[in-house]
Design a protein around this ligand. Structure first.
Ligand code: TRP
Length: 367
């Protein structure tokens, strides 16, 4: 059996560098290895609506932003099927059947759901759709028989839940669904990139993210105001790397060749780190280097985005074509699922014949 990749993002805002190192960059690399038979990248608008029911316009506006970010990063519509979740009704049907395989207490124990409920202050007013979104995410993944799901660490519990649903389905109805593997970033700095203020969570309201589409001046300003080591006051002071956002970003973004280009006094990141911990290396110098690195990384992305921005109808056309292809694949899986569950009554000639036979027997007895 071949390899199939599926992944997605909620369209609630532009994508930022955390999305990039956490998942997007990997997707593009995987896309370009050519080892996948099929690649699906989903804009999860229906999932975004589970906690934005009162603000559908936000979701609607951000679909194109996410699509542009995808294309900007190098996802290629010739190689990857980009589509919009809500346009695939089969996903709802699958979710409906999977709901019977999951208990309420299991959902309550899902760590991602738990923390998201807290974050959103839902308390006792949790929308049912939000509560059950891990089930719909299992539908997203299994509908495409995905073998590989490259996502951030926060999605681990979703993948666990999906695997459980697959096992349960297959054990009751026979081998039908494919168990997916999560693919986490191999670089630990990329597992959970902090905000520029050092806080674990990146959010628009905290103004602590660097967006992929960010202009050069804004990148510079955000890098220069980044959180470092608050005890590293004078240049001579020894500095700490742990919790030092500038170094975390360097761990995530720096490539060896950037030293030659922007900071030739050092061979590599280890040397730079050693000098910083020893003392005698000022924050500004490190920040200037990080700025150069980020500018180099983000410039081609921003430029590609601007090209696609010139032809927005074409981007919607990509999503439409992608959604059509995605739907036809999901429809095949739904057909398999219904066949396994034996709820494909009209295709089940055996059932029809057996029922006919049963009632003929009944009549024969009556006669
Ligand atoms: N939950 C993911 C997020 O918040 C988005 C998503 C929805 C997803 N369905 C998916 C990711 C299926 C991977 C696979 O970013």
């Amino acid at each position: 059996m071949g390899k199939i990749m599926l992944t997605g993002d909620r369209p609630t805002g532009r994508l930022h560098v955390g999305h990039y190192v956490g998942s997007l960059k990997r997707r593009v690399e995987l896309q370009n290895t050519g080892e996948f038979d099929n690649i699906f990248v989903m804009i999860a608008d229906a999932q975004a609506l589970t906690d934005n029911a009162d603000n559908p316009e936000k979701v609607r506006q951000n679909i194109i932003e996410v699509a542009l970010d995808y294309l900007a990063c190098g996802l290629d519509p010739e190689k990857s099927t980009m589509f919009i979740q809500s346009q695939i009704p089969e996903l709802c049907e699958l979710s409906f059947y999977y709901m019977n395989l999951v208990t309420v207490s299991r959902l309550q124990r899902n760590p991602t759901v738990k923390s998201e409920i807290q974050m959103r202050n839902f308390d006792t007013s949790i929308p049912v759709g939000f509560f059950t979104y891990p089930i719909s995410q299992a539908a997203d993944i299994t509908a495409f028989k995905a073998t590989t799901v490259p996502v951030g660490e926060d999605q681990l519990p979703m993948l666990e839940q999906t695997k459980e649903i697959v096992r349960k389905f297959n054990s009751i109805y026979g081998d039908t669904l494919v168990e997916p593997e999560i693919l986490l970033p191999d670089n630990t700095a990329c597992l959970r990139l902090p905000g520029t203020d050092g806080k674990a969570k990146m959010s628009k309201s905290l103004n602590n993210c660097i967006y992929l589409s960010e202009e050069p001046d804004a990148i510079k300003q955000k890098v220069f105001s980044m959180f470092t080591d608050p005890t590293h006051i004078k240049v001579e002071d020894p500095g700490k790397l742990e919790g030092n956002t500038v170094f975390t970003y360097l761990d995530a973004f720096c490539r060896p060749e950037y030293f030659k280009e922007f900071l030739p006094d050092y061979e590599n990141l280890d040397e730079l780190k050693a000098h910083y911990t020893r003392g005698g290396l000022g924050d500004m110098k490190v920040k200037r280097f990080l700025n150069s690195v980020l500018q180099a990384e983000l410039e081609p992305i921003r430029n590609r985005r601007k090209e696609y921005q010139k032809d927005i109808p074409y981007v919607y056309e990509i999503l439409k074509k992608g959604s059509e292809k995605a739907e036809s694949v999901a429809a095949d899986t739904l057909r398999d699922v219904k066949e396994s569950m034996k709820i494909n009554y009209f295709e089940d000639q055996e059932l029809i014949n057996a029922q006919a036979e049963k009632f003929r027997e009944g009549e024969a007895k009556e006669a």
